[in-house]
Design a protein around this ligand. Structure first.
Ligand SMILES: C[S@@+](CC[C@H](N)C(=O)[O-])C[C@H]1O[C@@H](n2cnc3c(N)ncnc32)[C@H](O)[C@@H]1O
Length: 282
């Protein structure tokens, strides 16, 4: 499927379907570091979740700390991306991710707003990819914990995962300079939720997707984002994104649990100047 994203302005979104933990209502500033002592990180409030990936007959384990806030739990769109990665591995040519992931070489992948890191780790394990998982600085301790817990499997599969801070926005462009721009694909799940984060996220995406023409023989960098729409105002993000990037809908889950909408996966690339691109390795 490769249809244009619809605005769906009039769609009714039931706020009761929101899954945000309590701190969401107070904005998305970092939790005070005092709340993230080793005690809290190892306390009984942690939840371990296992994710089996049939394509590689292996399981990833993540630690969630729901009481620490929204960055410390797994969000629904992440599960959709992991399922699509898994299906890509079994049936690459039928996959909605085919045009994003097929380059015949080891992929270099960046994940934005990684949270628990499940998506990035699944990409590394399933694809044998070199992945950089990123988030706000206060999230990185738990992210690194999860990466360490799965490092054996990931390395057996020929992949690797590096953890780095990457704060979205103009003032944080230096984070982008540090992680570099040599990525084939950027992944993200459930990163469009607070309207004050729309512009910072778009600024960061522009740094990657609109940073000039790709090198000759190199495929355009693309951004694959899974999103569960909860608010009408989410459409503001997509309207702005469509002015900056070519935006396609590549997959839509059926709604579940009585929701009106399911997770939708978008593919964004810098606006095309020429339709020619090559899939050869650099
Ligand atoms: C709703 S959570 C989704 C987490 C994870 N991607 C998932 O699907 O399970 C949004 C993530 O974006 C991160 N985030 C929010 N604002 C950010 C910013 N300004 N810069 C970088 N990451 C940010 C949060 O810390 C959080 O991990």
């Amino acid at each position: 499927m490769a249809t244009q994203e619809n605005d769906e302005d009039d769609m009714e979104i039931n706020p009761a379907k929101m899954l945000f933990p309590a701190d969401e209502t107070h904005g998305n500033g970092p939790l005070p570091m005092a709340m993230l002592t080793q005690d809290t990180l190892t306390s009984s409030s942690s939840e371990t979740e296992q994710h089996y990936m049939p394509s590689i007959e292996s399981t990833l384990v993540i630690r969630q700390l729901p009481s620490q806030g929204l960055s410390f739990k797994l969000w629904p769109a992440a599960t959709t991306l992991v399922t699509l990665l898994d299906q890509f591995c079994s049936h690459p040519s039928n996959s909605p991710l085919a045009s994003s992931l097929s380059n015949g070489c080891q992929l270099n992948i960046l994940e934005l707003g990684s949270g628990t890191g499940l998506v990035g780790m699944a990409a590394a394990a399933i694809l044998g990819a070199k992945v950089t998982v990123t988030d706000l600085p206060h999230v990185l301790t738990n992210l690194q914990f999860n990466v360490d817990a799965n490092a054996g499997l990931i390395s057996l599969r020929g992949g690797s995962v590096h953890v780095a801070p990457l704060r979205w926005g103009e003032a944080e462009a230096n984070d982008v300079a540090v992680v570099g721009r040599e990525f084939d694909v950027i992944l993200a799940s459930d990163v469009v939720y607070h309207d004050h984060l729309f512009d910072p996220l778009l600024v960061t995406l522009r740094l990657f997707l609109n940073s000039g023409e790709p090198e000759p023989k190199k495929k355009k960098m693309n951004f694959v984002m899974a999103h569960l729409r909860r608010w009408k105002k989410d459409s503001v993000f997509f309207k702005k994104a469509k002015k900056l990037f070519d935006v396609e809908t590549i997959h839509a889950d059926l709604p579940c649990n009585g929701a009106r909408v399911g997770v939708v996966v978008y593919r964004m690339t810098g606006k095309a100047k020429s339709s020619k691109s090559s899939s050869q390795c650099s």
